[in-house]
Ligand binder design. Structure first.
Ligand code: PEP
Ligand code: MG
Length: 320
């Protein structure tokens, strides 16, 4: 089995009826690049930039950020690299950024919300990203978007920074701008968001947490961590349908994408790309190579009407 997974390393991830599902890497820093390249990841589907901000005493400067983003972009040459803007707040706190205590951090000022309340931090990151855009194929996405307004406000800042670059003749390439779909409100208005965003990346980890209203770090509520529950399948299906109607692509970068059964189900639900920890790419690819895209779609659509997660899992295990 190990030998087999090794042998498919350079094989492209294509279903038996010829649909390619690109498998990308989730990375936390340029330190993860070696593994991502070694596993032949198609690109980077999620660069969690907060890793660069955690465990230190002050903000990384624009220059420092630029160098890190550039390194990642250069390693993947013309392949896409999706860099997520800072996703802190909640349980991920920066020692040098004093924020008021919140009684409910998971529902608090985090991700895109924090970017909106601290535009200075956001702008520095966007400047670093724009400078780096010149060195590869950059896409940028915002985490924790819950309304179209939030996206539009942050997009406006990006356009302002671009204008400054143009005026000062600083080199950059305009990049595609997408969002994480990880809050149910965003999934529900995916059709409206698809008309303004360039792409979606579904964060199943948080989407599950917020859909079930169950803290993902609370071990006592582990039974509500149900990626295969019909409520989650329906939300994901809504999102991919909305994206397709607007000619946009949907990827998944939450943990569900790295589970071979989960990956097949996601493909059946209309997801175009999957992003995961590099070491899990071969296992997912192995499964994709054995399945027919059309049949996965039929199966997934049937499972939308299942009564619970157990029923979904039982059917999937039987069919795969
Ligand atoms: C997610 O929420 O699924 C996700 C990929 O983001 P993170 O795990 O960093 O919150
Ligand atoms: Mg998340």
């Amino acid at each position: 089995e190990k030998q087999k997974l090794k042998s498919i390393k350079t094989v492209r991830s294509i279903t038996t009826d010829g649909i390619e599902v690109e498998l990308l890497a989730n990375i936390g820093s340029s330190k993860d690049l070696t593994q991502a390249l070694d596993q032949n990841a198609y690109g980077v589907g999620l660069f969690r930039t907060e890793v660069l901000f955690l465990d230190r005493y002050e903000f990384p400067s624009e220059e420092e950020q630029f160098l890190e983003y550039k390194k990642v972009l250069e390693s993947f040459k013309d392949k896409p690299v999706i860099i997520r803007t800072l996703d802190v707040g909640g349980d991920k706190l920066l020692p040098y950024l004093k924020l008021p205590a919140e009684s409910n951090p998971a529902l608090g000022n985090r991700g895109a919300r924090l970017s909106l309340s601290h535009l200075d931090i956001f702008k520095i990151q966007i400047r670093a990203l724009l400078r780096a855009s010149h060195y590869g194929y950059l896409k940028v996405m915002f985490p924790m978007i819950s309304t179209k307004d939030e996206f539009m406000k942050l997009q406006k800042i990006v356009h302002q920074v671009e204008k400054e670059f143009k005026e000062n003749k600083i080199l950059y390439k305009p990049f595609e701008l997408g969002i994480m779909i990880e809050i149910p409100s965003a999934a529900i208005i995916a059709d409206q968001l698809a008309s303004v965003c360039d792409f979606f990346s579904i964060g199943t980890n948080d989407l599950i947490q917020y859909t079930f209203a169950a803290d993902r770090l609370n071990a006592n509520l582990d039974y509500l961590n149900q990626p295969f529950h019909p409520s989650i399948l329906r939300l994901i299906h809504m999102v991919t349908k909305a994206a397709k109607a607007h000619g946009k692509k949907t990827s998944v970068c939450g943990e569900m994408a790295s589970d071979p059964l989960g990956a097949c189900l996601l493909i059946g639900l209309g997801v175009d790309e999957l992003s995961m920890t590099s070491s899990l790419i071969p296992g997912v690819k192995n499964k994709i190579l054995q399945h027919n895209h059309k049949q996965l779609v039929l199966l997934a659509e049937k499972l939308l009407d299942a009564q619970n997660e157990k029923e979904v899992l039982k059917t999937l295990q039987k069919k795969m």
